[in-house]
Design a protein around this ligand. Structure first.
Ligand code: ATP
Length: 657
């Protein structure tokens, strides 16, 4: 929203491009009129040999020569007798020879060089009786001026036209006008603006909320802090995965802080003109200082705050670096700004320039993490408020447990999707099943009931999923199963849903059990049909990644030992050489495949030992398409390892095939 004072007055007449067009056409007409309406009428142009013939025939009475260098023309007047001759009576100039009747010249001849022309006339003068007159320079100043000014007028007209077009199009406000291109594009929220978001709308995120609330407090009561000798922080950086509520938190600050709040995105500094970014930063801080105490919020700051490169090969980053340098200077340069706090948000804190992150600029880094089960419950409560729901029957705690790994934005999406699903089915309120369907849809994609699957394929999918279910049921550390389905969704043909326990540290046996459960699908195909298929791609991908991490990242492999090749600083992002020797690379590859192979064999063993149960489960699955934990309990009996299935969860709960 732009500053209201900059809006044009509503009654101001609108400039119309038609005025320019009309003016240009009028000037053209005028010019044409003045240049053509000379004293010489509207003569027909002739060539030199025609003129000479007319003279020799005695038809010419007078020749008026215009000596002006810009208009080298001779006007030919005929004798009265000659005018009646056939060759001269044919209408000249498409019949528009009307000036002739008022005594204008009949013909005009454009001579090349005056001297040559005079010589050829002199040769004929003796034998033929005609007069030669030299004209005074024509007094057509008006048309001369017009001719000189017209191109300039046209250029100015076009320029004004383009400027007007540029200012009326685009984003509007200050940034829309070409003259204001260096002006900041920040939207200003102040006491006059009605921002509806408040801290009440931000669920969970207690720590982060407290920190930003404190920032608001700094600005409202600076003395409370400065009296004790403290300095007010310059900036706070909100860091976290996408959709966790960073922008929402900033919006809440705008709603709650009763100070001017400038909001813009990192990419608003970027323009195709060089120097505009830096100029916009200057302007932004200038405006903020004028209104201080104030808050500046820059969303997605990584657009300008990326680490400056050492070697700049293309030069294309210069503009971004200039913008960043200006930001650094404004935040902590010589001209320190008082009472302007910058809040920025990013989900790529790792790529930001270290100078930007140092104390004195963004003194505080506030981590906005994915919500835990309790926070998810609160977020559900916030987003359920506007829904017309069967609220009493919806257990938000249950929903929070069903959505491990979901961000705030995902949860908002679940609520919205649930409302859409309910509406599609013509319900008058949103119920529990709609929410569960929405979760399934968001995790697994759209249900594809009419996907064409042959009975053989369906059987293979059923055994594959039953394999996952059986193996994970039998392993102590595998995540507890929630449901198994062979309804195709999104890109998967079937899925086994788990609720993985939240673990802060993971032991090798836990990782191996998970890998074994993931290999259970392929193992079941092998055990049942003695054939394998491409259906295990996502399992293999997951398992290979896990095994590689065990060996190269976590130092969990005896052969490689207590080593890690992980680099948390991310410095080696563009380094193509491996941090280990070829020999170690071979060993790593060998160990990875050994781990996976062992787990595969283990899964096969488990399934061989429980083949009847596997078959039974697959049959139930083929029959019902979706089965839950209860169905498994009927076949396998109670799972001995289920301690606390409701435990807090973190990772995505699905194993897709
Ligand atoms: P990105 O980094 O991708 O810009 P973000 O962290 O800025 O993401 P937001 O735009 O703030 O994410 O969040 C998107 C939406 O998710 C919000 O509009 C809100 O509906 C919902 N949301 C996220 N977190 C919360 C929360 N803690 N409480 C309530 N709603 C939330």
């Amino acid at each position: 929203m732009a500053d209201k004072s900059k809006k044009p007055a509503p009654n101001k007449p609108k400039f119309s491009a038609w005025w320019i067009y009309t003016a240009i056409i009028l000037v053209f007409l005028a010019l044409n009129f003045f240049s053509s309406s000379s004293d010489h009428g509207n003569p027909k142009e002739i060539l030199e040999n025609q003129l000479l013939t007319f003279i020799k025939d005695g038809d010419v009475k007078r020749i008026d020569i215009n000596k002006s260098a810009s208009n080298q023309v001779a006007y030919i007047y005929l004798t009265d007798e000659a005018k009646n001759k056939d060759k001269h009576t044919k209408p000249a100039n498409n019949g528009m020879n009307f000036f002739n009747s008022t005594g204008g010249a009949e013909y005009e001849y454009r001579y090349g060089t005056l001297e040559n022309f005079e010589n050829s006339l002199a040769a004929l003068k003796d034998e033929n009786n005609f007069k030669i007159q030299y004209l005074k320079p024509e007094n057509n100043m008006f048309s001369d001026i017009l001719i000189t000014l017209l191109p300039i007028a046209i250029i100015i007209g076009i320029w004004i036209f383009i400027m007007r077009r540029m200012s009326s199009g685009g984003a509007g406000g200050a940034g829309g006008q070409i003259f204001n291109i260096g002006k900041s594009k920040a939207k200003l929220f102040d006491e006059k603006t009605d921002v509806k978001t408040s801290f009440k709308d931000v669920a969970g995120l207690e720590g982060a909320k407290e920190e930003v609330q404190e920032i608001v407090d700094f600005l409202k009561n600076p003395e409370k802090y400065t009296n004790l000798g403290g300095k007010i922080p310059k900036g706070a950086l909100l860091v976290g995965p996408p959709g966790t509520g960073k922008t929402l938190l900033a919006k809440a600050v705008a709603g709650e802080a009763k100070v001017p709040f400038f909001s813009l995105s990192g990419s608003d500094f970027v323009e195709m003109f060089v120097g505009v970014g830096a100029s916009r930063v200057r302007d932004l801080f200038k405006q903020a200082k004028e209104k201080s105490p104030a808050i500046i919020f820059i969303d997605e700051i990584d657009a300008i705050g990326r680490a400056r490169g050492k070697a700049n090969f293309s030069g294309s980053n210069d503009e971004r670096e200039n913008t960043l340098n200006q930001l650094l200077t404004e935040m902590d340069g010589f001209g320190t700004n008082t009472n302007v706090i910058v809040i920025a948000a990013t989900n790529r804190a790792d790529v930001l320039d270290t100078a930007l992150m140092r104390a004195g600029r963004f003194d505080r880094q506030i981590y906005v993490d994915l919500p835990d089960v309790r926070e998810r419950k609160e977020i559900f409560e916030v987003h359920l408020r506007p829904l017309k729901k069967v609220a009493e029957e919806l257990d938000t705690e249950f929903m929070a447990k069903q959505t491990p790994g979901f961000s705030g934005a995902d949860i908002a999406n679940v609520c919205n999707e649930a409302a859409l699903i309910a509406a599609r089915q013509g319900k008058s309120a949103v119920g529990r099943q709609d929410f569960l369907d929405a979760v399934d849809r968001i995790v697994g994609g759209l249900e594809k009931k009419n996907k064409i699957i042959t009975p053989d394929e369906k059987k293979a999918i059923a055994f594959h999923e039953a394999g996952h279910a059986t193996v994970s049921w039998m392993l102590e550390h595998a995540a507890p199963l929630v449901k198994v389905t062979i309804v195709p969704r999104g890109r998967s043909l079937g899925a086994a849903w788990y609720l993985p326990e939240e673990r802060l540290i993971v032991r090798p046996e836990q990782m191996l059990d998970e890998m074994c459960a993931a290999m259970g699908g392929r193992a079941a195909e092998k055990v049942t049909f003695d054939k394998i298929s491409t259906g295990a791609l996502s399992d293999l991908e997951k398992v290979t990644k896990q095994a590689r991490m065990m060996v190269t990242t976590y130092g969990l492999n005896d052969e490689i030992g207590n080593l890690t090749y992980y680099d948390s600083s991310g410095q080696n992002e563009y380094n193509f050489s491996k941090p280990y020797s070829e020999k170690t690379a071979e060993l790593i590859d060998k160990e990875i495949s050994k781990i996976i192979e062992e787990q595969y064999q283990r899964a096969i063993q488990i399934l061989e030992d429980n083949k009847d149960k596997l078959n039974e489960l697959a049959e139930v699955l083929l029959d019902k398409e979706v089965i839950f934990k209860d169905n498994l309990e009927k076949i396998f009996g109670k799972r001995p390892f289920d301690k606390n299935i409701e435990a807090e969860t973190k990772n995505l709960p699905v194993s897709e095939s």
